[in-house]
Design a protein around this ligand. Structure first.
Ligand code: SR1
Ligand code: MG
Length: 384
């Protein structure tokens, strides 16, 4: 681990010298390529090789210096990558170094990969990705849970992942802001009536409060914490890397599957709205492959002398349905949106947004989800 001594915000001029020790050749170019909400991300290139430098800022990038944040998330991300990598090999990016004083991670440049979200928007669904992400979820969820992990090791590990500041960001942006008149909310004026309804909907607000409580208290596994389709990088040959683990913490089993499925539902509903029925079927298949792979791997890892598996999986799915509903609503009316839906032309965009909110609500307050097909059909229905 490198220790630079003091924190200095990197820029395209300084990052070349910072990253030079990790390249086998002179630096020829450095660019800031981050389009995320939180951090600086640079690509530093030599003639034939390149690395990524990801640096945490002392504030929320998308909101600016008015929303200060500690830089602990860089350590959390580096450690979570290392732990998840041991449980699910070949699906995390390689970390070359972590510099705690600079809050910077130097890592593998995933050249030629795109985010799963961008791939899906471009109508590409490389085979094997959904299956790989499902297996990753089962491996890290069970692998850091009391189902598998030795009790003492787990208690020690939990000390490194206390409820972080980014958990507070999630509490706010996912579980709270959409249900009150929060300044951070962003929505199209065509949704004003629905947004007012969200604020008045007591059943929905009660469900949100209950899920927020579950998020805060159910320390079941070291979850990724932000597993949307933009946190999955895919190559044309299906190679898959899960990135952006700064939100990792000990949270509920159902949260990661919920984020992933809700974001696949955005892809599905957007393609369906554009009339691309063939590709929307491909997204259906990806969602179902994801869940089947998670369930298969969980069953493989399970101790079959322990008969609790079916109940465990049923509860995970039920929670995933509820949390997915929350992700769906917040991406329509909260601070952080998704390209899949926002790139649609109006009035298509408005009708998809209204459908997503209705579907999210149904997942949050409707009957508990009992099977994967039930969850998925409620997430992608087009009934309004
Ligand atoms: C201000 S951070 C907004 C969102 O971006 C991240 O990817 C998380 O989803 C967070 O809620
Ligand atoms: Mg992210």
């Amino acid at each position: 681990m490198r220790a630079s001594g003091r924190y200095v915000e990197l820029d395209v001029r300084s990052v070349g010298a910072y990253a030079a020790p990790y390249l086998q050749e002179p630096v020829v170019d450095a660019q800031e390529i981050g389009d995320g909400n939180l951090n600086l991300v640079f690509r530093v290139q030599g003639e034939s090789t390149s690395v990524i430098v990801k640096q945490a800022l002392p504030y929320l990038r998308v909101a600016g210096e008015s929303w200060p944040l500690t830089r602990h998330r860089a350590r959390i991300e580096a450690e979570a990558i290392s732990i998840h990598d041991k449980l699910s090999t070949g699906v995390l990016p390689s970390v070359l170094d972590f510099d705690n004083s600079m809050s910077a991670i130097v890592m593998q440049d995933l050249v030629g990969y795109s985010s799963w979200r961008d791939a899906l928007i471009a109508r590409s669904s490389p085979s094997g990705v959904a299956e790989r992400v499902g297996r990753y979820c089962a491996q890290v969820l069970l692998g850091t849970s009391d189902v598998i992990m030795a009790s003492r090791d787990r208690k020690l590990l939990k000390r490194d992942f206390v409820y972080s500041e980014l958990c507070l960001v999630t509490e706010d942006l996912v579980f709270t802001a959409p249900y009150i008149n929060a300044e951070s909310n962003r929505f199209d004026p065509e949704l004003s009536d629905l947004v007012d309804e969200l604020h008045r909907d007591r059943a929905l607000r009660a469900a949100a409060a209950q899920l927020r409580f579950a998020f805060k208290t159910r320390d079941e596994a070291l979850i990724h914490g932000d597993l949307h389709t933009g946190s999955v990088m895919v190559a044309a040959d299906g190679d898959t890397r899960v990135i952006d683990l700064e939100f990792a913490f000990f949270g509920p089993f159902g949260f990661d599957p919920a984020m992933l499925l809700a974001n696949l539902a955005f892809a599905r509903l957007s393609h369906e709205a554009r009339g691309d029925f063939a590709f929307s079927r491909a997204v259906d298949e990806a969602a179902s492959e994801y869940w089947a792979s998670l369930a298969d791997e969980a069953s493989r890892l399970w101790d079959h002398r322990e008969p609790w598996y079916q109940t465990f999986l049923a509860r995970l799915l039920e929670d995933a349905g509820r949390f997915a509903g929350m992700e769906m609503i917040r991406r329509m009316v909260g601070l952080a949106h998704v390209k899949d839906v926002d790139s649609l032309p109006k009035p298509l965009r408005t009708s998809v947004q209204r459908q997503v909110i209705a579907n999210g609500r149904e997942l949050m307050v409707g009957p508990p989800v009992r099977a994967f097909d039930d969850l998925w059909s409620r997430a992608v229905t087009e009934e309004i």
